[in-house]
Ligand binder design. Sequence first.
Ligand SMILES: Nc1ncnc2c1ncn2[C@@H]1O[C@H](COP(=O)(O)OP(=O)(O)O)[C@@H](O)[C@H]1O
Ligand SMILES: [Mg+2]
Length: 239
Amino acid sequence: MLEVTDLHVNYGPVNAVHGVSFAAEAGKITLVLGANGAGKTTSLRAVAGFHKPKSGRVVLDGQEITGTSAHKVVRKGMALVPEGRKIFFPLTVEENLKVGAYVAPRASVDQGLAVVFEKFPVLADRRQSAAGLLSGGEQQMLAFGRALMSQPRLMLLDEPSMGLAPTMVDRVLGSVRAMADEGIGILMVEQNADAGLEIADHVVVVNRGETVWTGSAAEAGGSRAIVHAMLGDAALDEA
Ligand SMILES: Nc1ncnc2c1ncn2[C@@H]1O[C@H](COP(=O)(O)OP(=O)(O)O)[C@@H](O)[C@H]1O
Ligand SMILES: [Mg+2]
């Protein structure tokens, strides 16, 4: 469904990403692991059309979309849930969700809301609350819900468990697994490697701007020493 090959991304003269490759499949979770500053966010933003790559190929369902701008990428069925969630705190839950529906035909907004509220009943209960009043976990679910409003076939998730209490981590990642089980392809960056490995199908390790390891979650879990070596002390020690 998604094939990213040999991505290179610069910030001015700084070469942040130089050789990232990964893939995502319908109904599966690809987990992207890597230390802070490895280039995970930069890669996701480049794939989603928020930053132009210097080179490399992004192919979605057989069609090359490298460098396509974000609003067009959303229409092609790929939605980014950004690092830090980027919820609009003063807006209500429902208003935040409607922001995510800007590419959907008008008639489907109500249907989209119904789908999101069924998946995340807590959002239905809080639909008229200011989003800033939600807990961190609820805000993450709202960020998922906002992305779901564009009816994506593929979702890119950037550190969904960041800053959440351990019980919330399980709930949030459980909802990621549920979205995949409904057929959505998921590409997920997680610093919490242990929690991520519990739900992932495939694993990609990025180190200093490059993909250095790709394999199944079972292989990655079974060779923690290898993953650990690639990550330094970043993830497995903390988890
Ligand atoms: N806007 C920016 N301008 C310049 N350098 C940046 C910018 N954003 C990130 N970087 C640098 O690019 C590298 C990769 O960052 P990032 O993709 O955020 O890593 P990760 O998400 O894996 O923690 C880091 O060295 C970071 O300092
Ligand atoms: Mg990041």
